[in-house]
Write a new protein. Structure first.
Length: 219
């Protein structure tokens, strides 16, 4: 079980690297199907490993945060997430986001949460506890991000904007640790993306970079 969980995690973590190498060779062969494959690829990358890991029992739905919370857990978790959204909205009213920060669309954020949930569930299986799962999940998410973005090349990691995804990973882990609920964690993260993108659109000139960017595997 633990070994198979590692296989699904490795597939998810390494998929962006494989896609970056294989896509230039495949795009010509796909012809008119290439745009559809480009749209479907990120969803397949995010949903397939986690779904298959759950289907085969390689990770547990409880460790994923899909069930097992109880009414008291839902209520306390909802309060935590609501407080996070209120605090985030208040901060975004007073903070101006640098134009260099390109936030993912809410749909892309949902895909990220699905992958991060897989990493946490596998981490909980390996460590035997939710806090250990969150720590392992954060490390795996950072490895995936580093490989997909090639953060070691060109000194991109030195810019504050490059570390925004890491902050989102850490916030996701903190929310999950407080709620043990994938659904509430995902809703809170998507809500924060809506708030942040709305604040960014108010402070950025029309046509600013980042809107309508083509999603890539690993985003």
């Amino acid at each position: 079980m633990k070994a198979e969980a590692g296989l699904w995690v490795a597939l998810s973590v390494l998929a962006p690297v494989v896609a970056a190498v294989a896509w230039p060779r495949l795009v010509g062969r796909l012809g008119g199907w290439a745009p559809m494959a480009a749209q479907a690829g990120p969803w397949l990358h995010s949903l397939a490993p986690g779904y298959l890991a759950l289907l085969r029992g390689a990770v547990l739905g409880r460790d994923y945060g899909l069930y097992g919370q109880g009414w008291d857990g839902w209520l306390s978790g909802a309060a935590v997430c609501a407080g996070t959204l209120v605090a985030g909205g208040w901060l975004l009213r007073w903070l101006t986001l640098p134009t260099a920060i390109v936030l993912p669309a809410p749909a892309d954020g949902l895909r990220q949460e699905v992958r991060w949930g897989l990493y946490r569930a596998a981490g909980a299986l390996w460590s035997g506890a939710a806090p250990g799962g969150v720590a392992v999940g954060l490390i795996l998410a950072m490895v995936e991000w580093a490989l997909a973005r090639r953060v070691w090349a060109g000194g991109a990691w030195r810019t504050p904007a490059a570390w925004v995804p890491v902050a989102r990973m850490a916030l996701s882990g903190a929310l999950f640790l407080a709620t043990r609920n994938f659904w509430l964690t995902a809703v809170a993260q998507i809500g924060l993306l809506f708030l942040a993108r709305a604040a960014g659109s108010r402070s950025s000139p029309p046509g600013d970079a980042g809107e309508g960017a083509t999603p890539k595997v690993g985003e």
